[in-house]
Each structure stands twice: as C-alpha cells, then as structure tokens.
Design a protein around this ligand. Sequence first.
Ligand code: PHE
Length: 446
Amino acid sequence: MDKRSSFGSKFGMLAAAVGSAVGLGNIWKFPYVAGQNGGSAFLVVYLICVILLGFPALVTELSIGRMAGTNPVTAFSTIQGNRHWNFIGIMGVLVAFLTLGFYFIVAGWSLEYIWQTITTDSFAGMNAQDLTTEFKEFSTNTTRPYLWVIIFIFLTAAVLIFGVQKGIEAGSKILMPILFAVMLFLVIRVIFIAGNEPGYEFYLKPDFSKITPTIILQAMGQAFFSLSIGFAIMLTYGSYMKQGNVVSTCMQICILDTLIAVMAGLVIFPAVFAFGIEPTEGPSLAFIALPAVFAQMHGGMLFSVLFFFLLAVAALTSTISLYETIVVTVSELLHIGRKLSIVIIGFLLCATSAICCHSLTKGSPFVVCGKNIFDLFDYLTSSLMIPLGGMLMAIFLGWVVSREKSHKALISFGMSERLFSIFIFIIRFIIPIIILLIMLQQLGII
Ligand code: PHE
C-alpha cells in the first residue's frame, strides 16, 4: 500500500481544501436551492448557518482528521480507542459515493455546454424559452449526458491514477482566481440588463417572515455540502495536514466558498427575473440563466466557453476529493492496491451515475416516492446524511473525546483559549440541538 502522503505546504492544504469546497455546489446548487426557498430569506439563513454551524463543524472535522492521521473510518477508533464511532466515517464515505452519482452528471453538463458553445455557438440569438427547451431536451436524452459522465469519471480516475493531483492543484491555483474574476465581471455585467430589479429584490431584500424550518434545513444542508462537511473529505484532508493553523484555514475556506456562492446568486437572480425564468426552476436554473446572459453579451461565446471550462475545473477538483476519499478508505480497509481500488470504484460509479442519469429521462422507472434518483440522492445526502454526519462529529469531539484531549489538540492546531471555550459550547450544544430539532420537525415528530 502506498505510504500516506501529506501536504507539503500550508498553501497546498488550503488550495486542496478550497478546491474541494468550491465547485458545482456554489455555482449550480446554491442558486437553485435559494431560488426554491424564497431567495433573500434563504440567503440570510445561509449566512448564519455558515458562521454558526458550518465554520465550527469544519474546524471539528479537520481537527478530528488531524488528531487521528488515518483514513476516515478508523479515525474515530484511533482517537477514542473503540470502534463505536467508526460508522460516522463509513457514512461519510457513503455520502461521498452517492453524491458523486449526481455530481458527475452536472459536471458532464458543463462539458456539454463547452462543446455546444464551441461547435454551434448555439446560445447566440436564443431566448430563455429556447434555452429551457434545449436544456430539457439534452438532459432527458438517454445517451448524450451519460457520455459526458463517463468522460468525467475517466478524467477524475486518470488524475488519481497518474498522481497528478498536485498538477491539478497547481493549475487550479491559477484557474480559480480567474473563475473569481469572471464571476465578478458577470456580477457587474448583469447590473446593466434591463428588468433585473425584481431579481435583486428577490435575492437581497430580506423578508424574515418567509423563514421556515424547511428553509433552515435546506440552508444548513447546503452550507455543509458547499463546505464539504460530513463527507469524510475534510477528515481525510485533516489527516494529511501536518502543519498550519486549523482555525485560520477553516476561516479562509468559509470566506472564499461563501463569496463564490453569493456571487453566483448575484449573477443568476437578476438574469432570471430579467429573462422571465422561474426562480424555482430547480437543477436546470444555472444552465438556463447563464447562457441567457451570454447570449446577450458581446463576446458571449468566448465568455461561455471560458466560464463552463472553469466550472468544469472547479467540479474536477471536487470530484477528485470525493473519489480520493473513497479510494483511501477502500484500499486501506480491504488491503487492496490504490490503482485497483480506483478502477473498481470507477466501475461502481459508472453504474450509479447511469441510474441517476436514466432517472432524468422521460418515463424512467427509476423513481422512488415521487422523486427521481437524481433528486433522491441529492435530497438524501444534503438534507439528511450530511447534517447528521456533521452533528455526530460535533458530538464525538464535544462529548466523547475528553475535554483535556480536545483542548490539547485544538490549542496545538492554533486555536486561542477564548475561542476554544466558545467552540466547545457550540459543538456540544448548539450544533446537536439545532440539527436535532430541525430533523425532528422535518420528520413530523415535533
Ligand atoms: N463542496 C463541493 C461543492 O460545493 C461539493 C463537495 C462536497 C465536494 C463534498 C467534495 C466533498 O461543489
């Protein structure tokens, strides 16, 4: 088995963690979930969730990983000496697997949009209606989206097999700032689109009366998803992190990740209202609203290619981290070589994504409880398993690990005494209670 690697530099760790956090969750998922949950009400709750729950949960997960220095499953027994809590790691790896099932599909959509723009410049002259029809036709096609999925899985596996993650990380250090610049440009560009005011109002004018427990659950699930919490990813990265300050690393991840998501909303909602798209459109929202903006711009084709390319790179750094976590766990637990586990998992992922992909086609039998498998995986992971995983990790570090041990570890990871007292209070009480209450409410128990 390969020797466990570790990050050579603080910056390498930050780049990999930000690479994992910034992805489709920010640009594709955040706006559509916000659109379905009241826009501005969601934004406010989301920001509170990031600060109050996301940040401490991120610190918790990275710290547990760093304290243990093993794979995410045995991390808990390494710290605690018994195996009772290892199931959290197993659940995290399962979440990573299910997430990839639908994540690869959306990543594939971004490849299709690069392809379409280059080959036909097909967005030029199209209105929102045409773009919606075009997207629906493409995404419900039985073969085409799946071909892109296979290409994306292959690409991710190749990166892992050839060990070129470092190269990708180095590349994304240049590309992610470009993505940021392009987003900033688009934020400014949509200011000049006529009829955008209702979009700003929808997204930015707080209306606290719209806040419901469902919105809180959605915002929390989205915050955790976006920060890659509850997936065993940050456990894995923490285990590679031999140096650096955990608190400031987490703060930087939270700020960058949230900034990109908020910016995505600032581009998409003004466009949505200006072009008469439904904000509740769902997973297709970004893939309709953004081309609608590009179709109206000078040099829109160039922007479209650049944007979807950068989106694909952002997705790739996320799929790498998800895939890697599953590989590390499987190869360490089953004692099989890294390459073999990459191949086996690759095949399994092809099968899961095939089901997800097929569930989007018309008349597909892959529908459970009125939800297609794509939506079901998304729902199961974001609304159930991820918050649960975050909560269990907080309980583990807050209640199961002795205060002495967690204190020693966190102070050595760079936390101040004062922050430690606040942090321990949040992970002991606030996170478990809030998550529990919301879950019970959702299950109709309270
Ligand atoms: N945080 C990523 C995103 O926002 C998704 C992801 C989750 C990636 C968990 C890795 C692990 O797109």
